[in-house]
Design a protein around this ligand. Structure first.
Ligand code: SF4
Length: 170
């Protein structure tokens, strides 16, 4: 319908919201100024929105690269995997008219293919996607996804935007 912008979900910290574990943001000028002209931007922070609070203890992906856990960096007994997983399913069940998502890179929740996965010796053994992103992609493989790095690349950005405009929204 003319005048209605397609709706994109965006990792909340990229929109300038201070929701990171340390209370900071990762404001992204391109997303906030340029994408906002073409799309309605809806913030999602899987960690803060799941009720983990800000600030909160930092986590990282650990264990089997195919099925990693999100464990505390300072306290490996802290396991937020179940909270993040439940939040992802709840978000998916309630998402309305989402045509694509722009994600924060390297995050244990939001990362897209470049989040470090650590072994039990605290060494990076692989790179993968964050837990929220994994569930999103698994359950909605048609949804156009890109991260803050890809959106800077004209070719990746154009492919993403064209897919968004041709998708029947989630
Ligand atoms: S990367 Fe994702 S989980 Fe982390 S602060 Fe940003 S929106 Fe929240």
């Amino acid at each position: 319908m003319a005048g209605i912008k397609p709706r994109l979900a965006v990792s909340s910290c990229l929109l300038g919201n201070p929701v990171r574990y340390d209370g900071t943001d990762k404001y992204n000028l391109f997303i906030c100024e340029h994408l906002a002209k073409q799309f309605e931007l809806i913030a999602v922070c899987p960690e803060a929105d799941a009720g983990l609070g800000t600030p909160r203890p930092p986590v990282r992906l650990t264990g089997n690269p195919q099925e990693p856990l999100a464990l505390g960096i300072e306290d490996s007994k802290l396991n937020i995997t179940p909270i993040l997983t439940s939040f992802a399913y709840e978000w998916l069940s309630q998402a309305k008219n989402i045509s694509g998502i722009v994600l924060k890179s390297r995050s244990p929740s939001c990362g897209l293919s470049d989040t470090p996965v650590f072994d039990q010796h605290e060494q990076i053994q692989n790179l993968g996607s964050g837990l929220f992103t994994q569930i999103l992609i698994k359950h909605y493989p048609q949804l156009p996804v890109i991260d803050e790095i890809g959106i800077k690349d004209p070719k990746q950005r154009n492919t993403f935007i064209s897919r968004v405009k041709n998708l029947t929204p989630l």
